[in-house]
Design a protein around this ligand. Structure first.
Ligand SMILES: Nc1ncnc2c1ncn2[C@@H]1O[C@H](COP(=O)(O)OP(=O)(O)OP(=O)(O)O)[C@@H](O)[C@H]1O
Length: 231
């Protein structure tokens, strides 16, 4: 897609700093994310990518600076308000799917809908449709431990998409997969996200994963480098 230049961003980080003990993880990081775009955060290990992602997602509060979502200060409200927003508007995919081992894959995907009050049958119907969309219908009744790594990541992607979030945060979503599996998961992930209009903020080391994005920015020494691209 073409990234708009004048529209207001959906999500914006302004001049974030974050210190963990003696480590300065972020030192003036600014970034804008526009509705519907797929944005890759690249950069060396320890440069602050995950910390920036966690601040954008309202999980980690910056020491200074501001994160705004849909024009509102994300950290102005209570923890409960932020948790509620994360459930309704955000989806998450991590390196190791982090599925609930006791539930079937279908139940894992249906879980965010159940937590939001959707009836069991409707939640199961939507979960099954997404598993089929991600080409893993065959693991619906299996537990995550019985699925392969690639299948598990597709289930994790389905779970992140099922509530129709506005933004999906993905931290090395294919990092544990071989390159063929990783590419297929990215292809399915990005296509499905585009179909629902979700923006994706993706942390990756790998150029071939970043190649699925609309825009790449580099995080280095706790800053988003080349701010003209960070807009
Ligand atoms: N919870 C924490 N406690 C202490 N130090 C932390 C914490 N989270 C991050 N750090 C440190 O902050 C710095 C930035 O970490 P971050 O995980 O954001 O980098 P990254 O670019 O995502 O790295 P990688 O690519 O290796 O995952 C690192 O030096 C890291 O060790």
């Amino acid at each position: 897609m073409t990234v708009p230049t004048t529209d207001a961003p959906l999500l914006a980080a302004e001049d974030l700093t974050k210190v963990f003990g003696a480590t300065q993880a972020l030192s003036g990081a600014s970034l804008r994310v526009y509705a519907g775009e797929v944005l890759a955060l690249m950069g060396p290990s320890g440069s602050g990518k995950s910390t920036l992602l966690h601040c954008l997602a309202g999980i980690v509060a910056p020491d200074a600076g501001r994160v705004s979502y849909a024009g509102r200060d994300l950290f102005a409200g209570s923890d409960a308000e932020r948790s509620a927003l994360r459930r309704t508007d955000f989806g998450f995919v991590f390196q190791f799917g982090q599925l609930v081992p006791e539930l079937t894959c279908l139940e894992n995907v249906a879980l965010p809908l159940r937590l939001a009050g959707t009836r069991r049958k409707e939640a199961a119907r939507r979960a099954a449709a997404l598993l089929a969309r991600l080409e893993v219908a065959e693991v619906a009744d299996k537990r995550p431990g019985e699925a392969s790594g690639g299948q598990g990541q597709r289930v994790a992607v389905a779970r992140a998409l099922v509530t129709g979030p506005k933004v999906i945060f993905a931290d090395e979503p294919t990092g544990a997969l071989d390159s063929l599996n990783g590419e297929r998961v990215m292809q399915l992930f990005v296509t499905a996200a585009r179909e629902t209009g979700a923006a994706v903020v993706l942390v990756t080391h790998e150029a071939r994963v970043a190649a699925y994005s609309d825009r790449e920015v580099v995080v280095r020494d706790g800053k988003v480098r080349a701010p003209e691209y960070a807009r």
